[in-house]
Write a protein that binds this ligand. Structure first.
Ligand SMILES: Cc1cc2nc3c(=O)[nH]c(=O)nc-3n(C[C@H](O)[C@H](O)[C@H](O)COP(=O)(O)OP(=O)(O)OC[C@H]3O[C@@H](n4cnc5c(N)ncnc54)[C@H](O)[C@@H]3O)c2cc1C
Length: 417
């Protein structure tokens, strides 16, 4: 392996650099901001084989359209005349079926399990101190109707080999005593884990630098110099960088970068917010997904203080990073419908990020036919943190010419062409 240039210093780019450097490759990461300045910084930190259901699931699109007029709804499509959005929604609609669900769940499950194993290995080896814990994730339901859907989902996931325990209200409160007395119940996934995402990505960024990877932050990729079917150099705001292989890991910005290579990547940005507080006394101890509100709650290990993070909303609004304070307010208010929390909590940070979403809910990982020395690794939507290590391993195996850990067919970046 010779010189490999990775575009993007998020969880996908940094994990890829790690597994390439482990194989002795010469690697450069090019990042327009800082390491983890995109979606990988303030997410909910959950590593979730239990989340093996893709965004494209029956009923999702119609719920999004119904909620378009509600400024506090958890799923929102900002109306705009954008050809790429219309094409994306049309394709997405086609995947909102039970048949697709049954095809996609095993693929995401296998990726997630492998990735969880790699997270565990990184923690056990002491490679990076990321606050990794395997405390499970509790899905919490306020209403009996939603709990019945939860039972159905637990059965679908159970058939796919994912362990889930169905709990009534008392059972759920035994797992997490901070839950309110009026919740209907929960489904507990004991194998799920979590990290503090910025600690993981920034920490691994430092590790790869020590392994010899060149990390060029504050450097934006503008285009590519090509020769026939090969990329000869990556053109940046700080000059051209010659390369033997390129990995495109620019998250929601990947379609814009790929246009310079005549590639049409169907990725739409889906904005989400997180609000991080100092962990209050007797605050929640178990990561949770508050199902009707679609919010995540994650207690996290900080370097100085422990924190409690609320994350949520999914807004198809393009590459817009503005903060809508109504949606931010709805997240903490919504959490109080499920949890007994102190009136006053110490706010540490409000954050937003853009999830890179494909129409079928599966990432794009592999070599597109058009180029001999390009690997795409983007479109991880709601589970990019979870899938960071396995994606890094798969990309490194592809570039090294090794047999990949699993079949990359369903992740083919050309599958929509
Ligand atoms: C509220 C919220 C909660 C979430 N919770 C979870 C969770 O619990 N578990 C989970 O698994 N996932 C979660 N996610 C999803 C996860 O955060 C993303 O899937 C993941 O971070 C995507 O990583 P990435 O490396 O592909 O993209 P990014 O982290 O966005 O990295 C892409 C990088 O490319 C850089 N870049 C872009 N263009 C250029 C250019 N031209 N030149 C140089 N650099 C460039 C950007 O600056 C950026 O740093 C959540 C997301 C949100 C918004």
């Amino acid at each position: 392996m010779s010189h490999i240039v990775i575009v993007g210093g998020g969880v996908i780019g940094v994990c890829t650099a790690y597994y390439l450097a482990e194989r002795g490759a010469r690697v450069t990461i090019i990042e327009k901001g800082d390491i983890a300045s995109g979606c990988s910084y303030g997410n909910a930190g959950l590593i979730v084989p239990s989340h093996s259901v893709p965004l494209a699931a029956p009923g999702v699109l119609w719920r999004g359209i119904k909620w378009m007029r509600d400024p506090e709804s958890p799923f929102y499509i900002r109306p705009r005349l954008d050809r790429d959005l219309v094409r994306w929604l049309w394709r997405f609609r086609g995947f909102c079926t039970d048949a697709h669900l049954h095809r996609a769940v095993p693929v995401i499950r296998d990726l997630s399990h492998l990735s969880l194993g790699l997270f565990r290995e990184l923690a056990e080896r002491g490679t990076v101190d990321s606050g990794f814990r395997q405390d499970g994730v509790l899905m919490v339901y306020r209403t009996a109707a939603a709990l019945a859907d939860g039972h159905h989902e637990a059965r679908v996931l159970g058939d796919a080999g994912i362990t889930a325990t169905v709990l009534d209200g008392d059972g759920a409160r035994a797992v997490e005593p901070a839950l309110r007395p009026d919740i209907a119940g929960g489904v507990y996934f004991p194998d799920d884990a979590h990290v503090t995402p910025d600690r993981f990505v920034i920490g691994l960024g430092r590790v790869v630098e020590r392994m010899g990877v060149t990390v060029r932050t504050g450097t934006e990729v503008l285009g590519f110099a090509t020769a026939g079917r090969r990329i000869a150099a990556v053109e940046t705001t700080r000059g051209d960088i010659p390369c033997d292989d390129v990995v495109l890991a620019a998250g929601s910005w990947s379609p814009g970068v790929a246009r310079g290579l005549a590639l049409d990547l169907p990725i739409q940005a889906a904005k989400g917010y997180s609000i991080t507080y100092e962990q209050p006394a007797n605050g929640p101890r178990v990561p949770m997904l508050l199902v009707e509100s679609r919010f995540a709650v994650t207690p996290m290990r900080g370097e100085r203080v422990d924190t409690l993070r609320f994350g949520g909303t999914l807004e198809l609004a393009g590459l817009d990073l503005s903060i809508d304070r109504r949606r931010v307010g709805a997240i903490t208010r919504g959490a109080r419908d499920y949890l007994t929390l102190p009136q006053e909590m110490k706010l540490l940070e409000v954050w937003r990020g853009l999830r890179p979403c494909t129409p079928d809910g599966l990432p794009l990982i592999g070599r597109p036919r058009r180029w001999d020395n390009l690997v795409v690794a983007a479109g991880h939507a709601m589970i990019g943190l979870s899938l960071g290590p396995v994606t890094g391993q798969l990309v490194a195996q592809t570039i090294a010419g090794e047999k990949p850990l699993l079949d990359l067919g369903p992740l083919d970046p050309d599958r929509f062409a």
